[in-house]
Design a protein around this ligand. Structure first.
Ligand code: ASP
Length: 331
């Protein structure tokens, strides 16, 4: 193990020790059904779970099949979100993603495992699976984030192939957009479908992944929340995990996913923690044209979500059952 990893693990362990007193309510957290009924049922077991933003049932099912077969959560989230990255119909992630205002598809992704290891790429072009490059950054480099040209160079050195990710559909829409060049992301449409996925495996370990092509028609070079550890994704194996979708600038400014996990550490349920993180945004800025949605899972496998506007959906897998749910929302 590299000394950097030893250092990270060492410091995580000491913060876990300090935090242990606040963890009781999470390790003894309620079973999911009891939460929806507002009751508490003590449980010390982590229930294998996969949860992801929006309605990517196929991605969830892929991840679930890995968990069901005894695989690791980190493999489940990577393989799950890769299906969405490869899907040209999904215009907010990977291949087929909407470009920036200059017509470039630029990708952001990050991944985090149960040991607190993390990797990310941002402003990456021409590589279909940024999440796998992020995992390589985590496992094969002493760094957490690689950006732009450097990220591309690294991906190529790891054997990834360069390909054009702009599909005809996304090119046509962009050409249409250029007639007005009005930058006003449409809620739940153009800032929609980033996939953030959280999973708990049979060993009770939690991992997460988040991948996106970012906001449609953003300025060239813009990086959102999705590849930023603590903003678009955060995992603490002792507490739970959280991920975000929507207007990345609002999530970045409130370090949203880290906040959600810390609120769960203090004893809030996943729903309550997501709601509090949304309220921090609402208190500070005009939210009428702003969508942000959070998704969380705690160590027990309870899940929760909250968004500013209605329309944010997510998928949950437990015990081989795939369910699409509507997030609670402020408006
Ligand atoms: N959060 C992403 C970003 O700001 C966008 C999204 O969720 O669709 O880049």
């Amino acid at each position: 193990m590299s000394s950097r990893r030893k250092f990270i693990r060492g410091s995580l362990l000491s913060s876990f020790a300090i935090a242990m007193s606040g963890l009781k309510s999470c390790t003894n957290a309620n079973a999911e059904e009891a939460v929806t009924k507002g009751k508490t049922t003590p449980s010390t077991k982590s229930i294998p779970t996969v949860i992801s933003t929006w309605n990517n049932r196929v991605a969830n099912e892929k991840a679930w099949s890995i968990i069901e077969n005894g695989g690791r959560a980190i493999d489940a989230v990577e393989q799950g979100v890769k299906l969405v990255e490869a899907d040209p119909e999904d215009q907010s992630v990977g291949y087929g993603g909407r470009p920036d205002r200059d017509g470039n598809v630029t990708l952001d992704a990050c991944i985090m495992d149960e040991a607190g290891n993390a990797g990310a790429v941002c402003f990456l072009q021409n590589i279909k699976h940024p999440i796998s490059v992020a995992r390589k950054v985590m496992e094969d480099t002493p760094h957490v984030i690689l950006a732009g040209e450097g990220a591309l160079k690294f991906a190529l050195s790891e054997g990834f192939k360069e390909e054009d990710l702009l599909t005809e559909l996304s090119r046509n829409e962009w050409e249409e957009w250029r007639k007005t060049s009005d930058y006003k992301p449409k809620i739940n449409i153009e800032n929609h479908d980033t996939i953030g996925m959280l999973a708990i495996d049979q060993a009770g370990n939690i991992s997460g992944a988040c991948t996106t092509s970012g906001l449609a028609y953003k300025m060239q070079g813009r990086v959102g929340d999705s590849p930023i550890i603590g903003a678009g994704l955060y995992i603490d194996n002792e507490v739970g995990g959280a991920t975000a979708t929507g207007m990345g600038e609002a999530v970045l400014k409130s370090v949203g996913s880290f906040l959600v996990v810390e609120l769960m550490r203090q004893g809030k349920s996943p729903d309550e923690a997501c709601k509090e993180a949304v309220m921090r945004i609402i208190k500070k800025q005009d939210y009428k044209d702003l969508q942000v949605g959070y998704l969380a899972v705690n160590k027990a496998g309870e899940t929760g979500s909250y968004s500013i506007h209605p329309g944010f959906t997510y998928v949950v897998n437990k015990a081989s059952k795939t369910q699409t749910k509507d997030a609670l929302s402020y408006l």
